[in-house]
Design a binder for this molecule. Sequence first.
Ligand code: GDP
Ligand code: MG
Length: 206
Amino acid sequence: MAASNKTTAVYRLIMVGSGGVGKSALTLQYMYDEFVVDYEPTKADSYRKAVMLDGEEVQIDILDTAGQENYAAIRDTYIRSGEGFLLVFDVTDAESFQDLNELYEQILRVKNGGTNIPAILVGNKIDLAERRKVPLEEAEQKARSWSIRYIETSAKTKHNVDKVFCELMRIVRPFKNPVRETGPTTTSGRQTKPIKSGKHKKCIIL
Ligand code: GDP
Ligand code: MG
């Protein structure tokens, strides 16, 4: 362990989306490099790991939610604890795409930080592209209307899996370190672009 009196930043990220979209599969693929086909659908769990994010050691904390959060009060509690959200749908399931509207509205309401929330819209199961029901343009359009990014993933092939978690931490980072912001305040929850330059731009699990 490095001798340091500085506490490690913890990034609290939350997997959101209807049942079966691949929230657990994405989480487990990121954490353990494994594609899990039959993860218990009602099991919610949280995971923590040390990550080197652009030259800084941080902890990623992922809350993989499951069905029980249908109770709005429970959802409010975990939403409040979250700093960043992966809004996941299944590209082969149009209903899962629609379901995100309500979840997004709820996050906005709980965070009541204006219109910007640190989040990424994630279209998962892109390996099943031949069964796609949600056109790319529609997903991009929704992401634009929410002022967030859209990224397509496959928990099966690991396509873009590391990327969504790393990019979400980069989106959350300015909210954690307001001193990095150029503006006078960050309470407006302004969305900032991920840092593009810099020779330490790397994001790896330690
Ligand atoms: P959750 O309810 O959102 O946690 O969904 P799960 O992670 O349990 O996934 C539901 C089902 O979809 C499981 O059978 C997974 O193996 C499968 N699945 C998840 N992600 C992918 C993916 O990217 N591609 C394919 N082909 N199947 C996936
Ligand atoms: Mg699950």
